[in-house]
Design a protein around this ligand. Structure first.
Ligand SMILES: [Fe+2]
Length: 261
């Protein structure tokens, strides 16, 4: 019998609940519940998800995938075949699923969501924007003070995807696919030593934050996430470029340095 995840956090969706927990080393698992019905965003932890659903008497009905990397779909084989699945085209999940595209509107238990295509991490990444519920599920597009690895690229396309977050309401609560906060803060603090916020956040880490460090505020990420700030002159200069360098080039250099950090 699988165990309910230990480090379990939740926020009130009024009505309903969003549960989230650390799965494996650094993945973040997500389950929305309303009226006893469940919707999972990605599947890093099938057994933990089913144990939580059993404890809370939630009927898991749907799964929405942000992209097809193994650590986001690996829970599927342990789940019932009756689930409704959706995600971007091209997922290798060996089950029927609904392909969704840019701008498509989704609805689940009275919650409205919009699909945003944000490729760059992989070829097929999408985000789910729930404006009324003030939620953004962004998969591996961004993390707290970081972003996903550039497996697909190229840099201008990834940068364009990041740019799309700037037109969204800052009040959105961002839930990402991984928690790399400590490493990202260390990287940012080293690169921008004149910004005291990163050092302070590093010190506070583990003392004040919830499990997984989520939700993030989109507004805060827009201010402090250096990958989203590749168009700022001081960020270009921090990686040795002159102010005015194309942001996609600055972004590519940031990503490269973070890979080696
Ligand atoms: Fe990924």
């Amino acid at each position: 019998m699988s165990k309910v995840p230990v480090e379990l956090s939740q926020i009130d969706l009024n009505p309903g609940t969003l549960w989230f927990w650390r799965a494996g080393d650094d993945n973040v698992a997500l389950l929305l519940e309303r009226e006893g019905e469940g919707l999972a965003i990605d599947l890093p932890d099938g057994p933990g998800l089913m144990a939580l659903c059993a404890r809370e008497q939630i009927q898991l009905r749907e799964v929405w995938f942000t992209h097809g990397h193994h650590d986001h779909v690996r829970g599927l084989p342990s789940l019932p075949s009756s689930l409704s699945l959706l995600g971007p085209p091209g997922l290798s999940i060996f089950r029927d699923y609904r392909r969704v595209h840019e701008g498509e509107r989704l609805s689940w238990q009275g919650l409205e969501a919009e699909v945003l295509e944000t490729p760059g991490h992989s070829d097929l990444d999408i985000c789910f924007v729930l404006r009324e519920a003030k939620l953004l599920f962004c998969g591996d597009l961004i993390f707290d003070c970081g972003c996903g690895r550039m497996f697909a690229g190229p840099a201008p396309r990834f940068w364009q995807s990041l740019q799309r977050l700037k037109s969204l309401p800052g009040e959105l609560r961002v839930f990402c696919g991984h928690d790399y906060t400590g490493d990202n803060l260390q990287f940012s603090a080293k690169l921008m030593p004149e910004e005291p916020w990163y050092q302070e956040a590093l010190k506070a880490l583990g003392q004040t934050r919830e499990a997984c460090g989520m939700p993030l505020s989109l507004q805060q990420q827009l201010q402090r996430n250096l990958f989203l700030g590749a168009d700022r002159p001081e960020v270009a200069e921090a990686v040795g470029f002159r102010a005015g360098t194309k942001p996609a080039e600055v972004f590519a250099e940031l990503r490269q340095r973070r890979n080696g950090a």
